[in-house]
Design a protein around this ligand. Structure first.
Ligand SMILES: C[S@@+](CC[C@H](N)C(=O)[O-])C[C@H]1O[C@@H](n2cnc3c(N)ncnc32)[C@H](O)[C@@H]1O
Length: 264
């Protein structure tokens, strides 16, 4: 018999077995602290899109803060993420004990997924989850109105392939949120980011053997080009600052539409 693609909800997870990537206010539990605090910023981070009645595919939900926010805004959400059965795109530095790192990282992914299910239960969420790598999304996941890529392209060895694979399941809109790149240590102006060349900065440093989990700084101009190639010709972009630990990071969100949006 063919195995179901849908992940089994983890109903009996204890909080000690969870890692929270997002700071979240969990019903009947209280606040948990994560690296990113998106509370009150969800609409901006997701490009000010209306989710009412939309079927959404969220790529890389982590602890699910955006999933539960989109549900609250009226969406029917399917989250897609890695589990301990898959591997993160780790930068394979020669001489570095990658196997050891991967095995530790799998424990992290288990705790991350646990955090999602802990919150899922507390929020009484109806979201369904599928685990796999973004490059191999199963056809049986179906079609969606919207797909979101929140802070994930920078972590993928092949961001274009990831967009290509996910948007094959998208009828209407794709939302990409990422970090505004610095080039030679300098933040570029909005005009430079939008009209300049399609810049991409390769982050891994062979001498430092760091970072292990991040590959690219992608300029918004490049992501616009990716989306247009994939058939999302009508795009909107916004810039803002987002809280990460004790810093405010400059971010951008691009919304790509297959058809001209109705602006009435
Ligand atoms: C930096 S977190 C972003 C979480 C959330 N989307 C947000 O914007 O706050 C990246 C997420 O992408 C997932 N991820 C990383 N590599 C992936 C891959 N190859 N396939 C699927 N998901 C991946 C991670 O497990 C994690 O949930």
């Amino acid at each position: 018999m063919k195995k179901s693609i849908w992940a089994e909800p983890r109903d009996t997870v204890s909080i000690e077995d969870c890692y929270f990537y997002h700071t979240m206010d969990i019903p009947n539990h209280g606040s948990v602290r994560g690296e990113w605090d998106l509370r009150g910023q969800e609409t901006t981070y997701l490009g000010n899109v209306s989710f009412q009645g939309k079927r959404v595919l969220e790529i890389g939900t982590a602890s699910g803060h955006l999933c539960f926010a989109m549900e609250k805004m009226g969406a029917d959400v399917v989250v897609y993420d890695l589990s301990e059965e898959q591997e993160w795109d780790i930068v394979p530095y020669a001489g570095y004990d990658i196997e050891e790192y991967i095995s530790e990282h799998k424990k992290y992914l288990r705790r991350l997924n646990n955090g999602f299910w802990f919150a899922h239960k507390a929020f009484n969420s109806s979201a369904k989850a599928v685990y796999g790598t973004v490059y191999e999304i199963p056809d049986s996941i179906g079609q969606f109105d919207i797909c979101t890529f929140g802070s994930i392209l920078l972590h993928l060895r092949d961001p274009f392939l990831a967009l290509q694979r996910a948007t094959a399941h998208v009828k209407e809109m794709v939302i990409v949120t990422d970090v505004v790149p610095k080039f030679r240590g300098k933040l570029l102006s909005v005009a430079e980011l939008l009209t300049g060349s399609r810049l991409v900065r390769f982050i891994p440093d062979a001498k430092k053997r760091r970072p292990l989990e991040t590959w690219w700084n992608l300029s918004p101009r490049l992501v616009l080009e990716f989306l247009q190639i994939l058939g999302f010709e009508h795009t909107e972009i916004s810039f803002y600052r987002q809280k990460h630990n004790n810093e405010k990071i400059r971010m951008y969100t691009i919304v790509g539409h297959r058809n001209k949006p109705d602006t009435r």
